[in-house]
Design a binder for this molecule. Sequence first.
Ligand code: RAM
Length: 333
Amino acid sequence: MSILKRALAMGAAAAAVLTLASGPASAETTIALLVKNLGNGFFDAANKGAEEAATELGDVKIIYTGPTQATPEGQIDIINSLVAQGVNAIAISANDQDAVVPALKKAMDRGVTVISFDSGVAKAGRQMNLLASATKLIGDQCLKMASDLLNGQKGNVAVLSATSTATNQNAWIEVMQNDVGMYPDVNLTKVVYGDDKQDKSYTEAKGLIESDPDLKVIIAPTTVGIAAAAQYVEDAGLVGKVLVTGLGLPSEMINHVKSGAAPAFALWNPIDLGYAATTISYNLATGKEKAEAGGELSMGKLGKVKLDDDLSGPMAPPFVFDASNIDEFAKVY
Ligand code: RAM
């Protein structure tokens, strides 16, 4: 063998060793959908959308994960183990916008793409934040539905939220508190927290009603809270006396719409939210796109999302469900 040929052969062997050392070249992108808590139908629907996007993209594996309780500590443990497993991207719905930042920063330092969706992370801890809808639209929609249920009378309205640190619910409640003057019939009283647990939300709804004989409407801007509150109103025989509204999953609310406990509520398509979060994570992780203030990111078949200076962007406006359309949507999510 000539010296040149021998050198080329050695080069090829060295390259083969290098390839083996870094593991077989794999085209698969692993994306973790890290949700507030498991056992929540809203996130199960988002996961359906994530799986749809993965099938379309072809070379994506989804890890659907979250703590059993909606706590930031539970999410931090999971972030650390996802990084150790070598995932390519994490799309998180955060239980606290600040507490998860150090763990997510470490993940990004290790080359993991991080986005937040649904419930955002502070700017330092992610590359972009996908909002289901504009925050102001959601808060104002909740006030409008409460006002409609008051039907021209002035009345006490209380809020049953998720956890006290949830980014999304806190932002919507802040809008409600700032904009309540637009609805002089709505007298916002207190805010309580059911932690996105069915039993705690049920007990908190009971507490709200028992502590205020003049309470007319409960706004629960959480799919877990609204279903639990409507269930309590039915169980206590209070349908028509206290009305429930907020943000709910049609499949979980259909019976409560029909009973009259929750005549109208709003939401967006949670399947689309999971689909978009996955598509964006994939495009960022594979270097096809970059998140920039004022720029746009593709959500595949759902179009594009425009990013503001906070690198946040909203999808579609919230949609109202009531007796006229609940049968149709309850079949979908
Ligand atoms: C619950 C969660 C989620 C929120 C919905 C409306 O499922 O708190 O974050 O977006 O409600």
